[in-house]
Design a protein around this ligand. Sequence first.
Ligand code: ATP
Ligand code: MG
Length: 350
Amino acid sequence: MVLKKLSLTNFRNYKKVDFEFAKITLIVGPNTSGKSNLIESISFLSTGKSIRAEKDSEVIKFGENLIRIKGLITAKEEDKELEIVFRELNGGLLQKKYSLNRVSKRRGDFAGNFLSVLFSPEDLDIIIDSPFLRRRFLDQVLEQTNREYRFSLTAYHKGLRQRNALLEKIREGIQTEKQLEYWDNLLIENGEIITKRREEFLDFINLETKDIFDFVAFYDKSVISKARLEQYKEAELGAGVTLVGPHRDDFSLSMFDDLKRTTHDIRLYGSRGQQRLAILQLKLLQLIFIEKTLGFRPVLLLDDIFSELDSEHIKLITEIIGKQQTIITTTHKEFLPKAILKEMKLIKLD
Ligand SMILES: Nc1ncnc2c1ncn2[C@@H]1O[C@H](COP(=O)(O)OP(=O)(O)OP(=O)(O)O)[C@@H](O)[C@H]1O
Ligand SMILES: [Mg+2]
């Protein structure tokens, strides 16, 4: 998997810009020069959505109403042109268009063509912060590798909004409980697929060897089923929100003690160094999972990670850089080991 060219129009701080990438590309630029925005735009091509924006419209350059991201990729010796256009319509509505080789696609069919794994210092939050970030990580992996997952996730979230609105109306006495059945079935059907795929991925993680840092993943799943919805019905009607289902999932990573007899949650007991090793290991497992599922290595995106890492980490990452196309950003190229600098194409941002 190779990203050859990228054109951005009105994406965040970029008015109009074209990039050409090599096997290893180093993007050097000071703070606020647009390094993370560039990396975000590349990962946008993988799933058709932002890895960090809370609202899709956030990525549109201030004062503009249209973005375009265009990427030329090569996968299995075949060139493909991917394009995303978001247009803000009157009333704030966002029109989203995706195309592959100039043929319009649904997001579910567009995503999964370009595969990437992003690693940035903020990824530490996946381990230490809220379950939302861990679910988003799972989605980021599985939306790239599984078409059924993409469609189920979209259907599930739409259904969830509708069901929550309906619960609120039932609570207010405007609608009856009978109308819940349709949404219950839709959530169960799609939720089961999401749970199953997440479980498969976490099982994969547990079976794979971990050279950097050993841990075991525990899936804290919130199963959605007729029985569970029945069990929580009273509470849901009281709260006006859906209380069970994969939107409430979480997972934890636990490290072993020296004798491998007990495990301890890395979020609670890991030192900062151990947490850093664990996230690096997790990202590497994401890369291997994509490779084993789809047959080729995704593009590796490293956003500004070298300034924060100690020499041990830098060595570990340096060993991976040459194994697939890699795009790296940094404020100072001196942060990178001299040996690999020679092999890189350098792009400077102002
Ligand atoms: N929608 C937007 N429209 C215009 N500018 C934006 C938008 N979103 C973010 N920006 C700006 O883009 C600039 C570049 O941000 P970015 O995060 O890419 O910088 P960076 O090079 O990664 O910096 P750092 O080294 O501090 O991480 C920032 O000044 C930010 O405020
Ligand atoms: Mg940045």
